[in-house]
Design a protein around this ligand. Structure first.
Ligand code: TRH
Length: 382
């Protein structure tokens, strides 16, 4: 992708880590693509370097400012200076901007374009809200909503230009090498491999109990420590966050929290991926494998609407759509149903896999979110 010569100035991204990893995960991915593929000077101001370090272990969590993969990463404490050449400022997920920064923007004769990056949703209202102007209540600052999404009326999904080719190159040999690198033996040819990333309230015990009953082996890889309490209680082990545990057909492999790029490989190495939140959910779609999603729980039940909206889109043209929907419903609120829903989901595996591959190909026909953002900015900064 050629550099955008008409916009060679600094792009600032502001990120507050509310909880978990998604805020940092999305902002880091966006920063990297804008810099690597569009040649833009990007600064990421983030209030939680320790979380970003989990995603990218080369980061120094104590440095106030550093260069990482060509991006300026700065710790966002209080005041953050406005760069003299600021072209665009991205406020991620309604995190706000520092007061001094807003004041400096307002004092600028050519203030940077202010983009409010919103959360991902497959709901239809997103189409009408993407790109709308959101005038500042007091100051003459140009500000716009930017919504990622699944239709051509939205801002699309984050996707690196080389993602599909890297995934295609990740073959059966790379798959086994992945398990060996993680300290495990090769996976048997007839085993089903599953990655499991979920919130602490997911009905993990019900799922593992159902998998243990399978006729063929199931290898479940769990990255990070969120589910360890549930795993320990299921297997009756007192401690340890590494190694593998067995019950019936089930082998569970506990993995550390992986660097972000490595997490993609886990998704490619597995036949089924359980994901959550926003970024892992998108990555599982790019992996082109069957997925199970646990949206981030919201008090007003908005997560259930998001889930249904996605299923309505994803399930179109999928023969076992009802099987998928039933499993997702159980995973997100009816644990007792999992014992019956899991074997049905597993039995639908081939259709689900074909569909997941087609879905990823269709999505890849649209420009990715960073590209669309650059084009959006180009249309506003004349
Ligand atoms: O961590 P998440 O649940 O993040 C969130 C938060 O709940 C956040 O508040 C909310 O705003 C957002 O979702 C919608 O799930 P998510 O979005 O999938 O982010 C996880 C990130 O962590 C993603 O970039 C993938 C990465 N990751 C790794 O790099 N290594 C790992 O081992 C795992 C399990 C994940």
């Amino acid at each position: 992708m050629a550099a955008i010569h008409s916009i060679p100035k600094t792009w600032d991204i502001f990120c507050k880590v509310v909880d978990n990893f998604g805020d940092a995960g999305v902002c880091w991915r966006l920063a990297r693509i804008l810099h690597r593929e569009h040649g833009l000077p990007v600064r990421l101001c983030i209030d939680d370097l320790a979380t970003l370090r989990l995603l990218h272990p080369a980061l120094d969590a104590n440095a106030a400012q550093q260069q990482l993969d060509g991006i300026t990463v700065c710790r966002w404490q209080d005041a953050v200076p406005l760069p003299a050449d600021a072209a665009v400022v991205i406020e991620a997920f309604g995190c706000g901007l520092p007061d001094n920064y807003i004041a400096a923007m307002a004092a600028n004769t050519r203030p940077p374009l202010w983009i409010v990056l919103e959360y991902l949703s497959a709901e239809s209202w997103v189409d009408e809200h993407h790109g709308l102007s959101s005038p500042h209540p007091r100051l003459p600052l140009p500000r716009y909503f930017f919504f990622p999404g699944f239709t051509s009326a939205t801002g699309g999904l984050l996707r690196e230009a080389d993602l599909q080719s890297r995934r295609a190159a990740f073959d059966a040999v790379a798959r086994q090498a992945f398990w060996r690198d993680m300290g495990f033996s090769d996976v048997a040819a007839d085993a089903l491999t599953v990655s499991l990333f979920a919130y602490g309230d997911a009905p993990v015990a019900e799922l593992l109990a159902a998998m243990a009953q399978d006729a063929k082996p199931v290898v479940v890889a769990v990255p990070g420590g969120t589910l360890l309490p549930a795993l320990r209680s299921f297997f009756g082990v007192a401690a340890g966050d590494k190694g593998s545990w067995h019950r019936g057909a089930l082998e569970l492999r506990a993995l550390p929290f992986l660097p972000q790029a490595r997490y993609d490989e886990l998704l490619w190495a597995c036949d089924f991926n359980f994901v959550r939140g926003e970024d892992s959910f998108v990555r599982a779609q790019w992996a082109g494998r069957p997925l199970v999603w646990q949206p981030y729980r919201q008090e007003d039940g908005a997560h259930q609407r998001k889930l249904q909206a996605f299923l309505d889109r994803y399930g179109a043209g999928l023969a076992p759509a009802a099987v998928l929907e039933e499993f997702w419903r159980c995973w997100n609120g009816d644990p007792a149903g999992i014992g019956a829903a899991w074997p049905a989901l597993r039995a639908a595996r081939r259709d689900l896999a074909l569909h997941a591959g087609r879905w990823a190909l269709d999505l890849a026909n649209s420009a990715d979110m960073a590209q669309q953002l650059v084009e959006f900015v180009r249309g506003k900064v004349k």
